[in-house]
Design a protein around this ligand. Structure first.
Ligand code: SF4
Length: 585
């Protein structure tokens, strides 16, 4: 069907819709604040396509938790209640707490009037709340929801509104016919971003395609992408660009091309014939140029890349990396799903690359992307993902993974972050047969080797990626922990920045890195207003300490460098502090 002539419902009644975002996190899609997932935007777009007069109220689960009574009032006044949630890649999130199946069940149990629909990864695949478990099915939802959408939520919601909310008239398993089928939903749903509690500082996760070319070999043993979506079906460049243009016009300028298993394989040639189709730099250039044309001041990042693609096609991949660093925002990360450096595990789980291929991919990306950009971060680095609990795993696996990472460090290569995850076991994948057998057997090893990697690899690597003295631009203060402020840049895998005092939240500032701890940096505002800074901030400046900080405060206002020299009784130190922290370079 031509999407330009999608039918709309005869508007004899305004449909009131409540859209609840319980957040999603899948291997190829993130929707935990500050991110908003395509599920939400497409679903809103499907509603507005079917009924342009529909009123949508969008809530995040964190907003609901703060004021559940007023949420219930809005829901009971609505015709349709839609929940989107599901975490299949569990992690810890600073920006929000994903809904659990139990929480959604209990919340929905009390809702009476509207038609109740659940969709997203939890409805499609079940939902795990942490790694190392077999995910729950959707059984408990049957009690509280009128419709459990195991197909594509936006397609089913469009049908449901056209069918005047009669659930027995729609097929909950229906999926999009082609990648172009969502075009109108993606564009029309853009305006829902204005209702996000963090608007306009929201990162829109953008889909370029779904499905994996490795489906022809069966795909990786744990992966839902190959199992559920089959071979890639690429969105046309103009569809992605039009969606970004629409969102940009609604005031959001942060985007991540994150919703695909391998951005370097976007519109690659040979899908269905080759396990690794030949990358298409021309298409990627059109995509990035098109985005910059319609959203010139946007912030643009990416996510997943298959290191096997880079290793198989180094020349095309170099070309693609150069295109990306021309148009992207520094701090960009190509997340490599290496999963394991143990050849036996790689074979038994049909993983995508050998350790040698993974190393080659890391080297190529370093060659092009490690130069530092305007916001203090390297332009494009790899991020590495490892999964534990796979078929055939032994203690040797853990040792080989550690040695691989040690080699990366010793070669002087940079990686932005190393994710060590326990596998989640989904029905329909090959891991389903073995469940958590290996994970349970090796849990003590996971603990032991994760700690070793955190201590011996992570911290030295972070010191190289963001050395002391680096100025990180546009950091946003997000939360307090133990009288310190946690802040991050808006971006993909942003570095957690700990500021040693409580600063006003939701404020954007520049900071200078003074130290490192596991997976985060310690930093102070830059340039520092020495006449206003607190004793905690002043004491944190290297070599200052509490006594000197107290002396500074007692003698404020500090007029100039000379004045500081007399107060500190140390000319060299005063000069260093003045020039490194107080005077902007
Ligand atoms: S390469 Fe493996 S993990 Fe990645 S999408 Fe394909 S099957 Fe899934």
């Amino acid at each position: 069907m031509d999407m330009n002539i999608l039918p709309t419902v005869e508007v004899n009644k305004i449909v009131k819709v409540v859209l609840l975002d319980g957040y999603v996190d899948e291997p190829t899609c993130l929707g935990v604040p500050p991110y908003i997932s395509p599920y939400i935007r497409y679903t809103a777009g499907a509603v507005w396509t079917a009924n342009p007069q529909a009123q949508i109220r969008y809530f995040t689960i964190d907003e609901v938790r703060k004021n559940v009574e007023s949420f219930y009032k809005v829901v009971e006044d609505s015709d349709l209640f839609i929940v989107v949630f599901g975490v299949s890649v569990p992690g810890k999130y600073l920006g929000g707490k994903p809904a659990t199946p139990k929480e959604i069940y209990e919340l929905t149990l009390k809702i009476e009037k509207p038609v109740k629909v659940v969709g997203g990864p939890a409805a499609k695949f079940g939902s795990g709340v942490r790694g190392g478990i077999v995910v729950r099915g959707t059984g408990m939802f049957e009690e509280v929801f009128d419709l459990i959408v195991t197909g594509d939520l936006e397609i089913v919601i469009h049908d449901l509104i056209l069918e005047k909310l009669k659930v027995n008239r729609v097929d909950p398993t229906r999926i999009r016919e082609t990648a172009h089928s969502i075009f109108e939903y993606a564009v029309k749903g853009a305006r829902v971003v204005t209702q996000h509690p963090r608007y306009p500082r929201v990162i829109c996760e953008i889909e370029t395609y779904r499905g994996c070319s490795r489906k022809i070999t069966g795909g990786c043993s744990f992966c839902t992408t190959a199992a559920y979506y089959g071979l890639p079906d690429f969105r046309p460049v103009k569809d992605v660009v039009s969606e970004i243009e629409a969102i940009y016009r609604h005031g959001v300028k942060y985007f991540r091309l994150g919703n695909q298993p391998d951005l370097f394989a976007y519109q690659a040639k040979g899908v269905g014939e080759l396990e690794f189709p030949r990358p298409n730099p021309e298409a990627i250039k059109k995509l990035y140029q098109g985005i910059r044309n319609v959203a010139p001041n946007c912030y643009l990042w990416m996510d997943n890349v298959n290191p096997g693609t880079i290793a198989h096609y180094p020349e095309e991949s170099r070309e693609i990396a150069k295109i990306i660093v021309t148009y992207n925002t520094p701090g960009d990360v190509a997340a490599f799903g290496i999963e394991s450096a143990d050849p036996k595990v790689i074979k038994l789980n049909n993983l995508k690359c050998t350790p040698e291929e993974a190393m080659k991919a890391i080297e190529i990306l370093n060659e092009i992307g490690r130069e530092r950009g305007w916001n203090g971060l390297p332009k494009l680095l790899p991020g590495l993902n490892f999964v534990f609990g796979l078929i055939g795993e032994t203690e040797k696996t853990y040792e080989l993974n550690y040695l691989f990472l040690k080699e990366v460090l010793e070669k002087g290569l940079l990686v932005r972050r190393i994710n060590l995850r326990q596998v989640l076991v989904f029905p329909g994948t090959r891991m389903w047969k073995v469940g958590t057998t290996f994970l349970r057997r090796n849990y003590h090893l996971f603990k032991k080797w994760s700690k070793r990697i955190r201590d011996e690899i992570d911290i030295p690597m972070l010191k190289k990626v963001v050395p002391a003295g680096t100025v990180l631009k546009e950091v946003i203060t997000e939360a307090y922990f133990g009288k310190r402020t946690y802040a991050r840049q808006l971006g993909t895998y942003p570095i957690t920045t700990v500021i040693p005092d409580e600063l006003p939240l939701n404020t954007m500032l520049d900071v200078k890195v003074i130290d490192h701890q596991a997976r985060s940096v310690i930093a102070i505002p830059y340039p520092l207003d020495i006449n206003k800074a607190s004793i905690k901030i002043l004491s944190a400046i290297p070599q200052i300490g509490k006594k000197r900080a107290a002396r500074i405060i007692k003698n404020r206002p500090i007029k100039n460098q000379k004045h500081l020299e007399t107060i500190l009784d140390n000319k060299t130190l005063a000069k260093q502090i003045y020039q490194n922290y107080i005077t902007k370079k």
